[in-house]
Design a protein around this ligand. Structure first.
Ligand SMILES: Cc1cc2nc3c(=O)[nH]c(=O)nc-3n(C[C@H](O)[C@H](O)[C@H](O)COP(=O)(O)OP(=O)(O)OC[C@H]3O[C@@H](n4cnc5c(N)ncnc54)[C@H](O)[C@@H]3O)c2cc1C
Length: 415
């Protein structure tokens, strides 16, 4: 097989599908091939996340996250509603779990307002009116009415259907393709060759390795963090009807253990995700996916971060890194809902791994999305949360980066 396409997208997660969707929507091209190495879409982050469409509260103004989260959430929410997919418009509350974290509420509120998010400061009475069992260490809370919860897998499925309908080609199960960047070529395992105009790398947990094949982003490596979930048993009388989050450690890109009702009705309330070192990119279950080399280098990196305490890393280790045991996750949950008993919660089957990037030059975890140019190619790295939420707006920025469309044309068109 010899084929030409205008754009090859490597990785059929939410970022890759959103880029394809926006390329088609804007009439830039339909001559797109999406290559994924799994047999079906949604096997990694995009099919294994909390499904929260974030309202843009946490991100430092002027970061890419801050620029795309509010607009991306708005567009994706409308898209989901238009298609009558599951959505729980339940909002979100953030409470300080300890008194000394109270001033962080003001930082989050200021950032959120600067990013265009709608925020209200609530007192304990307002908090209890929504979740009677919840507490705030200082009586204050942030209310975010625009946070919603969706079903990520149903969104991926719908995008796949619509893109296929428009003529976009999906090649799944493509495990061992190789590349010749200088000839703009991808060679498939069966010998088939695809020549492309531009290639976009959105391979999530493999994005660093793929970028390295193009000589791009050599100072970055994925340092994967696992997110385990528990859930409240359906028999438990405590069932929060809205998202309930603690004040996060703003120095690390994790939001702390929180409660999230699912998109479906009646909702199942999940607790988590944790953020523990994964020691393997696909180490979802036990130690099945442990990568010994990666485990050694991850542990060495984490140890050096701990010793230098860069970005207050020790606080993350003490409070979040070891939350794998039921009684520890229960303790973290009790900081928000003290009356929740250990026997009220059970382990969920859901688990995801974050494609967190580590920068070997700055010796720190990257916080923002990163988009790097290569030869006739663009590489999307560190597509961590809220990349799912922001994907439609993030896709515009990435397309702009590829040079496939002028800036003005991007601004003129919506959804
Ligand atoms: C536990 C957890 C909870 C989260 N919660 C939220 C949330 O509530 N809200 C939110 O906005 N975000 C959340 N996120 C983040 C969000 O899931 C990601 O930002 C988003 O899904 C990233 O999408 P992606 O397309 O970059 O990656 P992925 O979904 O991982 O897609 C990458 C694709 O590339 C494919 N691939 C890999 N290697 C190759 C290769 N060599 N060749 C071809 N294909 C390849 C993979 O099979 C995969 O399909 C969460 C993440 C985790 C882990």
């Amino acid at each position: 097989m010899q084929k030409y396409c205008d754009v090859i997208i490597l990785g059929g997660g939410m970022v890759g599908l959103s880029i394809a969707y926006q390329l088609v929507k804007r009439d830039i091209t339909k001559n797109i091939i999406i290559i994924d190495n799994e047999n079906e879409l949604g096997k990694h982050s995009s099919g294994r996340n909390s499904g929260v469409l974030h309202a843009g509260l946490y991100y430092k103004p002027n970061t890419i996250k801050a620029k795309v989260c509010v607009e991306g959430a708005k567009r994706l929410k409308e898209w989901v509603k238009d298609r009558k997919l599951a959505i729980n418009q339940c909002g979100k509350i953030i409470v300080p779990q300890k008194a000394h974290l109270d001033n962080q509420l003001d930082v989050i509120a200021e950032r959120g307002k600067a990013n265009g998010a709608i925020i209200e400061m609530w007192d304990e009475k307002q908090l209890r009116s929504l979740i009677p069992e919840a507490i705030s260490a200082t009586g204050r809370a942030i209310w975010s009415p625009n946070t919603v919860v969706v079903n990520p897998k149903s969104i991926l499925k719908q995008l796949e259907l619509e893109l296929t309908d428009k003529g976009v080609v999906f090649l799944v199960g493509q495990k061992d393709w190789s590349t010749k960047p200088e000839h703009k070529k991808i060679i498939l395992r069966n010998g088939g060759e695809i020549t492309y105009g531009h290639l976009i790398n959105c391979t999530g947990l493999q994005a660093d390795r793929v970028a390295h094949n193009f000589g791009v982003g050599l100072n970055f490596n994925i340092l994967p963090f696992k997110g385990l979930y528990w859930q409240i048993k359906t028999s438990c009388p405590i069932q929060p009807k809205t998202n309930l989050y603690p004040v996060p450690d703003l120095n690390v890109p994790f939001l702390g253990v929180h409660f999230t009702p699912s998109a479906e009705s009646p909702a199942v309330v999940s607790i988590g995700p944790t953020a523990t070192p994964a020691l393997g990119r696909y180490n979802y279950k036990g130690l099945e996916g442990l990568e010994p080399l990666m485990a050694c280098s991850s542990l060495a990196t984490l140890a050096s971060q701990y010793i230098s305490n860069r970005g207050g890393f020790r606080r993350y280790v003490h409070e979040q890194a070891l939350l794998v045991l039921p009684h520890l996750i229960h303790k973290a949950a009790q900081e928000l809902i003290p009356s929740l008993k250990l026997e009220n919660i059970e382990k969920s089957k859901k688990v995801g791994i974050r494609s967190q990037l580590f920068n070997h030059i700055t010796q720190s975890l990257e916080d923002d999305f990163i988009c790097l140019p290569g030869e006739s190619s663009t590489h999307v790295l560190n597509a961590i949360s809220p990349a799912f939420t922001a994907s439609f707006a993030l896709a515009d920025l990435i397309i702009e980066h590829t040079g496939l469309i002028s800036n003005q044309k991007i601004k003129d068109v919506n959804i």
